[in-house]
Design a protein. Structure first.
Length: 418
């Protein structure tokens, strides 16, 4: 996949929060696109210099020039032009639009932007029409873009409404080939959690098959996001989840994740496996952890699945992964060690992989539709089967290192087919 060199294309970025800003960092470093056009949708600060101030420094990743070039780096933001709203960042022209928040009014076509990455998290329903009062994702297409990538999973508000035929959800290194440039116009890049989870689950399905995996569950211990409050705040009218309004600085907060639903879109075999996903937020700025638990039905004669056997699966999968999206380590990490780790969707901490095998008792009398002869067996109706439970830990940088870098790969891979 191309990393540098003129593509003849411009990239549009809608939204300039955490993912929007770091997407600009990624593409400034990569230099694949000739120009980056960022739609902020409102005035910011008192001048373009205030936007430059926001661009060039970050509380999690430090100075942009330090992030890109280390101790030899020099300030990279130059040539600010208030009239055009543009600046040059490490040799890449970046233009800022500040007039329209409705995607249909941005005017991507006027800026020769054909590919847009929407990082707002606001326009996630691909079934919404253009007449929606607050705008829709399809407004980007109406505004002149040919393709739109969402930095979040789709959320269809109307129940039982099918996913439109021109949409697809992909995770790089898992099902990115599902993207059909002739058919798909709106592409979801899933979420940071789904991206990590997919790279943890896929090697296990490849090794064991979905039939052997009886059930699975995951919990993500997730860094704070911009949707949370710094201090306790009164909830808005109609808001049922009171925890989202509590201070992230002082609490571990239970929340929800759509990773289970999105995972079934990128790994269809997961539809055959009972799976549940949970999430808690913790007071860190980035660096998250998935704790994956799987239950495997064993053959009575063995050998039973061991922690070392699972680690071997991940060692081989990481070695075979040319893109480097999966990383296996036996070192002892903490969340800060993962921040900024380039392009790694999931870091498997093999040191903590654990398994335990026990016999599970199943009463055949509780299973409908069985042959009566089986239920009248002199041995009784209870059978015992060996089941192995495995616990696997996977780290991910939910901002730059994992998600934004893979979002960048998705953007370039789509651009190369335009």
């Amino acid at each position: 996949m191309s990393n540098a060199g003129s593509s003849g294309l411009k990239l549009g970025v809608n939204g300039f929060g955490r993912i929007g800003k770091l997407t600009v960092w990624h593409h400034v470093a990569r230099k694949y696109f000739d120009e980056i056009v960022v739609n902020i949708g409102r005035q910011s600060g008192t001048s373009l210099a205030d936007i430059a101030h926001y661009v060039e420094r970050d509380s999690t990743y430090g100075w942009l020039h330090g992030y890109l070039y280390g101790h030899t780096g020099q300030p990279l933001v130059k040539d600010l032009d208030e009239n055009s709203g543009s600046m040059v960042i490490d040799g890449v022209n970046v233009r800022f639009l500040m007039s329209h928040r409705d995607p249909a009014e941005i005017g991507w076509g006027e800026h020769d932007v054909r590919l847009v990455v929407d990082t707002t998290g606001q326009f996630l329903d691909p079934t919404s029409g253009l007449n929606h009062s607050q705008g829709t994702v399809r407004g980007h297409l109406d505004s002149g873009a040919d393709k739109v990538i969402l930095s979040a999973p789709f959320k269809i508000k109307a129940e039982n409404t099918p996913m439109p035929q021109d949409t697809v959800t992909t995770v790089m290194g898992i099902n990115d080939s599902d993207y059909d440039p002739r058919r798909h116009k709106i592409i979801s890049n899933a979420s940071c959690t789904t991206t990590c989870l997919a790279h943890m689950v896929k090697p296990l399905i490849n090794a064991f098959g979905s039939k052997k995996i009886m059930s699975a569950s995951m919990a993500t211990v997730h860094a704070a996001t911009g949707s949370q409050e710094v201090l306790d705040r009164l909830p808005k009218a109609g808001k049922a989840d009171l925890r989202k309004n509590r201070s992230i600085m002082n609490n571990i907060i239970l929340t929800t994740t759509g990773a289970a639903k999105a995972l079934r879109l990128v790994i269809p075999e997961m539809q055959e496996i009972a799976f549940i996903a949970e999430s808690v937020r913790i007071p860190t700025s980035s660096g998250s952890l998935i704790i994956l638990v799987i239950n495997l039905q064993e053959e009575p004669a063995g050998p039973y699945v061991s922690g070392e056997m699972i680690n071997d699966i991940y060692r081989q999968a990481a070695a075979d992964n040319a893109e480097g999206y999966l990383y296996y380590t036996e070192k002892q990490n903490v969340s800060g060690d993962i921040i900024g780790l380039p392009k790694v969707a999931a870091t498997i901490e093999g040191h903590e992989t654990h398994t335990r095998t026990a016999e599970a008792a199943i009463d055949l009398a509780n299973i409908p539709g069985l042959d009566a002869n089986l239920l009248s067996s002199p041995g009784g109706t209870v059978i015992r089967i060996p089941v192995t439970q495995a616990v696997i830990y996977g780290w991910y940088d939910n901002e730059m290192g994992s998600y934004v870098n893979m979002l960048g790969d998705r953007s370039v891979s789509i651009a190369e087919l335009m």
